[in-house]
Structure formats: structure tokens, C-alpha cells
Design a protein around this ligand. Structure first.
Ligand code: PBG
Length: 326
């Protein structure tokens, strides 16, 4: 047996080249997905107060952003829509002329190789801000499924490559898969927000997307943060229903969940580095309390080390820029 002083783990840490030689995990631009907020209306490009560096765009102002993402070789975007009018049937979510549907068509025309993923949820489109149909003061799972399916089909018909249900209704992957297949959209993939926790880290997003619930919270449909085994049941369920990619969300406080899902299933796995995780680092960096580049790259690497294949992050443009300049 070799032990200290013969064994010295410092030997392989002595130079940058040695450290790179034995590095176990790498972040690549190919892993990144960049979320974009698309607003109904014209001439809009406004920064989100709680997410410095992240903007809401109307479709007519979107092109320069798409060009930048393409130039940075980021392979995919994830689209969120913010409608002008909200109601109790989330009608704007499945309007063929809605902001998301128009944005998809624009991107597919101008940057056909950019992968378009769309968030499928109703909270931004509902007057009450919940992710499903509200009946008798609570969210009705089964009444919500047809609306989600309709929304996913309208995104796929506009040209989305991947639809990503984030509502956490039971049975939604199956409902969406059947609806897509019925319309001959069998090539549209599903990225399911499988283990999505009821998290405080979505705070800045809800400002950005104007999607905070007007009463109550999301605890009756999103997962309870203390639960890990339940996440495996959620993921298994979604894979059984036809999910092509599964997701754990948030990412930083849930690295153990990412690791367990990775060790249990062979399905491609995404980690969603959510708005609150982005804003924490931004705020600390703006105060000079953290080195932003180092802190961001360290967290990205942690997602890979835990076992994620795909990283959805508001830092994507920065990360791509840093990786290209290395
Ligand atoms: C919609 C949705 C949310 C997020 C993604 N899709 C908010 C929520 O569930 O309240 C959060 C994304 C983020 O915080 O970056 N349901």
C-alpha cells in the first residue's frame, strides 16, 4: 500500500496542465440552453429589475438577441411568453398568433439550426397566476391537461423542436404525447420538468414573467423540497409517459436529486439553474463580494459533476463567451 509520504495527491495539482489532464468534468457550450422572455406587443426591450442582464423582448426586437446566441454557438433557447391579456382559460397560451408562436416562426426562419424549446405552462396566461384551471378554489389537474396539450400542439405546429411542460400536473406528458402524435407531430420531443420543487428560488422569474399566483401557492402541485425518493417516482412516471428528456429544478440546492436521477435512469437529464440562483450570484458580484466568472463556472461544473447533461441557465451567454475565450 502506498501512503503518505510516498502518496502525495498534490503532485497532480502542481500545474495548470496537470490539473487539466486529470480533470473529471467539463462544461461545454454544447450543454447550454438560454431562456428568453417574449412579450406580446411592439418595440419592447426592457431589463428585468431582479435579473440584471436579462431582458423581455417583443418579437419585433428579438432578432439581435437570436443573432448573438447563434454567434456564441449556444445550441438552444427556451422560450417563455408574456401575454397582454390573461383570462381563466389561458387562451393566449394556444393562440396561433401569440407571442411565443410568432417567436418560434421567426427563429426557425432566421436561425433554423437553433433548437427551439418552449415552456408549456399556463401560469403566465391565467388571470389568477396558477399553472392550471382553477375550479372550486383549487387547481383541477384533469381539466388542465387538454389545455396543456393544446398549447404544446400550437408550439409544435409553429415549429418548436422540443416542448417543455413545467406545470407539474399528473399525466401531462402522456396527454401532450398523445395530442402531438394525433396531429402527426411525432418528431417533436418532450423535455419534462419532472422533479420541479415548490421553491423560493423562482422569485425573480415570477417578476419577469408576471406569473406569481394571485392566491395561495404552488405547494399542491409542485414537489415538497424535503423529498428525494418522490423525485424518482416523478421521473419514472414521466419516462413511462414518453418524456425524451427529464429535468430537475432548481439545480443548486438540489444537486443530490440530480445525482440520484442520473444514477437511476438512462434518460438525458437537464438541470435548471433558476432565476433566484442567477440573481444571487449577480447581486453578490455587483457588490464585489464574489468573482462572477469563477463562481458561475464553478456552479456550472457542479451541475455536470452531479450528472446533468444539459444546463438551462440565464448565464449561458456569459459562460459561452468565457469558454470561447479560454
Ligand atoms: C412556470 C415556470 C416557472 C419557472 C419556469 N417555468 C415559475 C414557477 O413555477 O413559478 C421558474 C424559472 C426560474 O425561476 O428561472 N410554471
Amino acid at each position: 500500500m502506498v501512503a503518505f509520504p510516498q502518496l502525495r495527491l498534490h503532485r497532480l495539482r502542481r500545474t495548470g496542465a496537470l490539473r487539466a489532464l486529470v480533470r473529471e468534468n467539463h462544461v461545454s457550450v454544447n450543454d447550454l440552453v438560454y431562456p428568453l422572455f417574449i412579450m406580446e406587443g411592439k418595440g419592447i426591450k426592457e431589463e428585468i429589475a431582479s435579473m440584471p442582464g436579462i431582458f423581455r423582448y417583443s418579437v419585433d426586437r428579438l432578432s439581435p438577441e437570436i443573432e448573438e446566441v447563434t454567434r456564441l454557438k449556444i445550441p438552444a433557447v427556451l422560450l417563455f411568453g408574456i401575454p397582454q391579456d390573461k383570462d381563466e382559460a389561458a387562451s393566449a397560451a394556444y393562440n396561433p398568433e401569440g407571442a411565443i408562436q410568432q417567436a418560434i416562426r421567426l427563429i426557425k426562419k432566421t436561425a433554423p439550426d437553433l433548437i427551439v424549446i418552449t415552456d408549456v405552462c399556463l401560469c403566465e396566461y391565467m388571470s389568477h397566476g396558477h399553472c392550471g384551471v382553477v375550479a372550486g378554489g383549487r387547481v383541477d389537474n384533469d381539466q388542465t391537461l387538454p389545455l396543456l396539450a393544446k398549447t404544446a400542439v400550437s408550439h409544435a405546429e409553429a415549429g418548436a423542436d422540443i416542448v417543455a411542460p413545467s406545470d407539474m400536473m399528473d399525466g401531462r406528458v402522456q396527454a401532450i404525447r398523445s395530442a402531438l402524435d394525433e396531429k402527426g407531430l411525432q418528431d417533436t420531443a418532450i423535455l419534462s420538468y419532472s422533479a420541479k420543487y415548490a421553491s423560493a428560488f423562482y422569485g425573480p422569474f415570477r417578476d419577469a414573467a408576471e406569473s406569481a399566483p394571485q392566491f395561495g401557492d404552488r405547494c399542491s402541485y409542485q414537489m415538497d423540497p424535503p423529498n428525494l425518493r418522490e423525485a424518482l417516482r416523478e421521473v419514472e412516471q414521466d419516462i413511462t409517459e414518453g418524456a425524451d428528456i427529464v429535468m430537475v429544478k432548481p439545480a443548486l440546492a438540489y444537486l443530490d436529486v440530480i445525482q440520484q436521477v442520473r444514477n437511476t435512469f438512462d434518460c438525458p437529464l437537464a438541470a435548471y439553474n433558476v432565476s433566484g440562483e442567477y440573481s444571487m450570484i449577480k447581486a453578490a458580484a455587483q457588490k464585489g463580494w464574489l468573482d462572477e466568472k469563477q463562481a458561475v463556472l464553478e456552479t456550472m461544473t457542479a451541475f455536470k459533476r452531479a450528472g446533468a447533461d444539459i444546463i438551462i441557465t440565464y448565464h449561458a451567454k456569459q459562460v459561452a463567451t468565457w469558454l470561447h475565450s479560454d
